[in-house]
Design a protein around this ligand. Structure first.
Ligand SMILES: C[S@@+](CC[C@H](N)C(=O)[O-])C[C@H]1O[C@@H](n2cnc3c(N)ncnc32)[C@H](O)[C@@H]1O
Length: 256
């Protein structure tokens, strides 16, 4: 499916918002949309909408799939600090590329992350960080296995894996079922994927589907276990009638 011998082969790319990301030879794909920009995409598709919908809670558990170079985790903390919020966060993030996480101390992050230096150093050294407000755990290993060990109930999910075409096992109905099983009943999930198969996989696990639109950005998907306001509802029953060919991805199609 993908060639792990290529895992170490990555190149640095400059995105259109002036921030940097990486290109993965293993998955033949960039870590972020170079057009939407690593920081801009992360803030607009993941951080802002999910924190907005969970704003009533004073402590949140976030599942960040997968850590990569950590934009989702770091941008969440940056945004919480910038907004002066005292929300407590526990971020749990699986990632099988330990060498990448160990290297983030020398990654060219945007200046917005300058004050997060101690966090970045701690994560690359210990795969862990904690202070009075933030606790971050990186779970090294295959996300499909590590998710089964998570005991906390999750409020927010960042579903930011490589694309369904290149990393299918992180987009199947069974994968979304594992995510669902550790979610609180009002959990919200954000993903850049707008594919019918992704939305069906989420819907079949009890998530309602919404289109999220932000400025200067391709639209994205928000999935929620309870009805939410301010996003564009997608009637999945109608979609199923109109597109009888569409189906969710299944583990059995990708596992030998
Ligand atoms: C699109 S990148 C994530 C980008 C990340 N959110 C960021 O902001 O840098 C996808 C990540 O998933 C990791 N990955 C792919 N398949 C995985 C698996 N089965 N288990 C754990 N990590 C995986 C890759 O190593 C890569 O770091």
């Amino acid at each position: 499916m993908y060639d792990s011998s290529l895992r170490a082969q990555k190149s640095l790319i400059l995105c259109e918002d002036g921030t940097h990301t990486l290109y993965s030879k293993e998955f033949d794909e960039p870590y972020h949309s170079t057009k939407d920009g690593a920081l801009h995409e992360t803030l607009e598709k993941y951080v802002k909408p999910t924190l907005h919908h969970q704003r009533a809670k004073d402590s949140l558990v976030i599942l960040d799939i997968c850590f990569g170079i950590g934009y989702d985790t770091l941008a969440t903390i940056y945004y919480i600090k910038e907004q002066g919020l005292d929300t407590k966060l526990h971020i749990i993030s699986p990632e099988f590329d330990e060498e990448l996480v160990r290297s983030i101390g020398s990654f060219e992050y945007p200046s917005e992350f300058d004050s997060l230096r101690p966090i970045i150093e701690s994560l690359s050294r210990d795969l862990y960080y904690s202070d009075e407000q933030f606790r971050i755990e990186i779970l090294i290993g295959d996300a499909r296995e590590r998710i089964l060990e998570i005991e906390q109930k999750v409020d927010i999910v960042y579903q930011d894996a490589f694309s369904p075409a290149h990393n299918p096992l992180l987009w199947t109905r069974e994968w979304f079922g594992d995510i669902r099983s550790i979610c609180n009943d009002d959990a919200i999930l954000a993903t850049y994927s707008t594919a019918a198969a992704t939305r069906l996989g989420l819907y079949e696990n009890g998530f309602e589907i919404y289109i999220h639109r932000a400025k200067l950005m391709r639209y994205s998907t928000i999935a929620s276990l309870t009805p939410i306001e301010g996003e564009e509802f997608v009637d999945m029953e109608l979609k199923k009638i109109r597109n009888t060919e569409a189906k969710s991805m299944r583990d059995g199609d990708y596992v030998e």
